[in-house]
Design a protein around this ligand. Structure first.
Ligand code: GUE
Length: 285
């Protein structure tokens, strides 16, 4: 039987509907969640992602602002803007769109964001809290991956999950969150020898390698849940994942498409974090 397509877009829609209701309730208490996105430079893909984030905010009733800066912006200017946003009580969430121009240190910028406003979950304090299992703002893509797996009705506890990729924004945090759900987790990466021997053991396979179409049916155990986090452009400029969709669909039990899978969940978890940040900040006033 071919895999069921895990429509992240649909799951995202239903979570956004829940969030919209929650935001309406918060507004009645005088709390309007606010997100500010800082976008440096003219990269078209970044501009397109940021438009998606603004649209998502509008859908659920979050007040959003985008600060556009040209590619020549200095690190000092950017840090100054972040300081002001840290102090602005109307701003509950701050997101600096990555990548930044090469003359700016991403680390310095991410470290400057008030951890309670770090809706990306990239600040070392939030990363540390995630590692030790404390409640904290979770990184959006990894959180979205876990939500998608849960929506299949698959019990994660006791399953063997294999993660391909060890980036700080996807692979590493996904593996931690899967461990937290009591999966047995194996990490694979570009230096792994005999990749299929590992991936073939996976009940849950999360692919975040950033290499178009690198995973075929020879990598996948029949009945596995396959989550494709890949965001690649093919020769025609079309968005494609890391998984050969048609091939793997024949053997997996669930499979996420690209686009329409993990991407919409990423933005939805960002919205969720912004609402969460607004609630936490309101409590502390
Ligand atoms: N500080 C920061 N935080 C991020 O979360 C962040 C970032 N920087 N830089 C870039 C990556 C990439 N990213 C995506 C979000 C949504 C889609 C998404 O919704 N994609 C749609 C399709 C969009 C299209 O067609 O272009 C989909 O998969 O269906 C994709 C990619 C967030 N990122």
């Amino acid at each position: 039987m071919p895999a069921t397509i895990l429509q992240g877009k649909e799951v995202a829609k239903s979570i956004r509907a829940e969030l919209a209701e929650e935001v309406a309730g918060l507004k009645q208490q005088g709390i309007t969640p606010g997100l500010t996105v800082i976008l440096v430079g003219e990269d078209p893909a970044s501009h397109s992602y940021v438009r998606g984030k603004s649209k998502g905010c509008e859908e659920v009733g979050i007040h959003s602002e985008v600060i556009l800066k040209d590619a020549a912006t200095t690190q000092e200017e950017l840090l100054e803007i972040i300081q002001q946003l840290n102090q602005n009580p109307n701003v509950n969430g701050i997101l600096v769109q990555l990548p930044l121009p090469s003359h700016i240190s991403e680390e310095a910028v991410l470290d400057a964001i008030d951890p309670s406003k770090d809706v990306d979950g990239f600040h070392p304090i939030n990363v540390g809290n995630m590692v030790i299992g404390k409640e904290t703002l979770l990184p959006c893509t990894p959180h979205g991956v876990i939500e998608l797996i849960k929506r299949t009705g698959t019990e994660i506890a006791g399953k063997h999950a294999v993660v391909i990729g060890r980036s700080n924004i996807v692979g590493k945090p996904v593996s931690l969150l899967l461990q937290r759900e009591n999966a047995t987790v194996t990490m694979c990466h570009s230096r792994t020898k005999d990749l299929p021997s590992f991936t073939k053991m996976a009940d849950i396979l999360v692919v975040a390698a950033g290499k178009a179409h690198m995973i075929g049916k020879e990598h996948v155990k029949p009945g596995a849940v396959v989550i494709d986090v890949g965001v690649n452009r093919n020769e025609a400029g079309k968005l494609v994942g890391d998984v050969k969709f048609d091939e793997v669909q024949e053997t997996a039990s669930y499979l996420t498409p690209v686009p329409g899978g993990v991407g919409p969940m990423t933005i939805t978890m960002l919205l969720k974090n912004t609402v969460e940040a607004a609630k936490q900040q309101a409590k502390r006033r």
